[in-house]
Design a protein around this ligand. Sequence first.
Ligand SMILES: C[S@@+](CC[C@H](N)C(=O)[O-])C[C@H]1O[C@@H](n2cnc3c(N)ncnc32)[C@H](O)[C@@H]1O
Ligand code: SF4
Length: 385
Amino acid sequence: MRKDWQNGGFGLYIHWPFCQAKCPYCDFNSHVVNQIDQDRWQAAYKSEISRIGSETKGRTLNTVFFGGGTPSLMDPELVHAVMETIRATWRTSNSFEVTLEANPTSVEAGRFRGYRDAGVNRVSLGVQALNDIDLKALGRLHSVAEARKAFDVARDTFERVSFDLIYARQDQSLADWKAELSEALAMAADHLSLYQLTIEDGTAFGDRYAAGKLKGLPDEDVGADLYLATQDMCEAAGMPAYEVSNHAKNGEESQHNLIYWTYGDYAGVGPGAHGRLTLDGERMATSTPLGPTAWLRQVESAGIGEETRVALSQDDIVSEFLLMGLRLTQGISLSRLKALSNQDFSFKINNLEELGLLSSRDGRLRVTSKGRAVLNGVLRELLND
Ligand SMILES: C[S@@+](CC[C@H](N)C(=O)[O-])C[C@H]1O[C@@H](n2cnc3c(N)ncnc32)[C@H](O)[C@@H]1O
Ligand code: SF4
């Protein structure tokens, strides 16, 4: 019988937790260190991949995602060795997607060929802004010119290129953002991730904000205007949103992220990496030690980098399925919801449809554009008893 995860596919996430410098807005699991023993990391990744492989024998792997941190600080030899282990562990799909996140500096662009030769076929560049003053304010180590050059090298090297921008920045007007976004759309990426700046606790921006020193951030209304303008401009340029913050040309959606959003199975390797794996008919949530040294030592000494493994309850599964799937423009399959849940959602769905926040047709449930503006409220309403 087909298992539920097969509706979403099977992917592998590999976390590289190091960066050259810590950006003031970032609360990802990323660290700045003096020395990295890449051979030790290579051995640990390989050992973890083999361990997970022995639990998922016979599966076809659809995607790999090297995320960070800054994976473009990895030696191409390390990526090569990891990819060899992956290919020896699983059969890979015909449309096998291998993404690596890269910072757009010239040094890193110099490694792109090596990554391609290792099997990477998609790169996601953290461009963040297309003006030098804002790049500086965001603590970035690259200029716009350097980012554009790295983008051109990526375009020449990889089949698929995506880049990230952060908007709703300090003192950014709607007109500024529109001008910048049209420059970004002219750059011929096939995928764009456009994130509104979030102020996270525990970051340098979080501290500055709490002290009242982070000025010029847009209020909620301006944020909503920026979001709507983003949707309209991307749509008009043939890069509609397929998820809240992600835009792609038709067929260029990130297959790896789609596994998360369509609630497939994924293994998480590396410090702080989460996984969702269906094993012996149960859906397991896995986690690993957050600290790079703690993770590395545990893999080396215990032969397993996993910290927790918990079987999800049916309620957990249904809420995760809805939380992830309703972020997508294509929404969720109602028959899959029915198969996963023993709850009848029709009353709640009807109410939210009457309010114009949800729409169900052709067997799918979607959040409308009105609903998207209050997505968290819609999800709360669906999931509350
Ligand atoms: C792991 S980082 C990307 C990889 C790479 N280290 C880089 O910075 O270019 C993933 C993306 O999340 C976004 N991001 C991180 N922190 C954010 C924040 N506080 N608000 C909005 N976007 C954020 C950035 O666009 C960043 O490119
Ligand atoms: S945004 Fe990227 S480069 Fe900056 S600290 Fe976070 S992961 Fe590192």
